[in-house]
Unconditional design. Sequence first.
Length: 481
Amino acid sequence: MTPATRIVLTESARDLEDVADLLAEELVSEGHLVDHPAIVFGGRIRPLDIVLERGPVADTNSREAYSITTDHRYGLTLRAPTNDGMFWATRTLLQVLRRGRPTGRIVDWPELEERTLMLDIGRKYFSPEWIKTLIREMSYLKMNTLQLHISEGLGFRVECESHPEIVSEEHLTKDQVRDILDVARTYHVRVNADVDTPGHLDHILSFHPELQLVLANGTRHAGHLDFSKPEARQLVHEIVAEMCDLFDGPVFHLGGDEYFPAPWQGTGPDVVSDESAPQLVEYARAVTGQTNATAHDGYEHYLNELAALVRSTGKTARVFNDDVYPGEGVGRLDARTEVDVWIRWNASKPDAGDFVDAGHSVINANGDYLYFILTSEGLGQGPYKNPKGIYERWTPRTFMGLAGSQGDYILPPEKPMLGSHLSVWCDSPHALTQTEVATLLQEWLQVFAQQTWGSDKLVPTLEDLRAAVLPQVGTAPAAID
């Protein structure tokens, strides 16, 4: 590239000036150019130009596809059917330029529509600048969705005007959230919010103990909402509605996990069941009109009401899978609600294919591979819960088959899936600093991005990837003011 290099927007790409301007700034910050190149609209193409044009890409209907073509007469041409596809083309161009001027032609598109990182800010506060840096890094790797888990047992981390009492001391103000969303739009990353309910509500319910679930024997579940109470449902509806209004991502995650006991927790009087929580059974029978309705039917009705609220704001609702049982009970979870499949405790539980067959779109959040967990001993580990396991063994269709790394379930190719997400869980929030999380997470992001994009691997092992690929790809270009 020389001072004569321009960025040319063809007639079909005139609305891509923001993408062109960011690319121009990054070409300077990366050292490829000394001065900001001219951005021009149409006209004769010169040999040193970078041309952005909108149009279909051969061999694929993916809206995120792109091609990069070099020609000694017409410079570099980036072509894509959508703004997102064009932006990913600029990410690839920046990566390739770190190795020298590209030659030939690149045609590329993702295997998955959604490539997500979930960040648990409910338990651990992350600063706005840290989150914006994460967004730039995700975007550089073509990950297109950030899910902010804003509520957990240890905190609620976003300003909430309808219920200011629940907001943790360390939190994001609404203005800071809006700034994060502005940066995310610039880098073509969607930001979805996540309020986990009706479990994991210890922090919120510490301010409303009268809404905690109390079992028949007097056992109080500090993090469980007694959704049989109208005022309990109203509390959650008000919080969710306000957060739906603040966040502009297309999905709102409602959690739904770990309300009923996992198999290892047993069936005694201290865990939630029809016998221990008769008020939930009474609620279920009242709202369904069925005398054989169970507490679980009431739980599904509760989530369906929340999902309807989410849809009324123009978003899609999503829940975790562990308490969803297609075909059981007197009701069902609305098929429009997406299912985030993280666990399968044993062979008696539904697998990912069962959720697809019931009409749900599914997300792969396999907890045996895709869980980056802050524990009391630092970063949690498992046989495959690490970059090596993700890169060498996991694929986007590798869902959990049996918990505890006891088996995989491969979703058949004829069954559709929406995407996958890598989770950063902060169970022990002080185990690692923000800086330490960023350093350790980098390689996880790189291998996850490779696997979810789905292009052929250049090398077969993580060791080879570390030696031959990752140093050349590097980290995202510096932030542009």
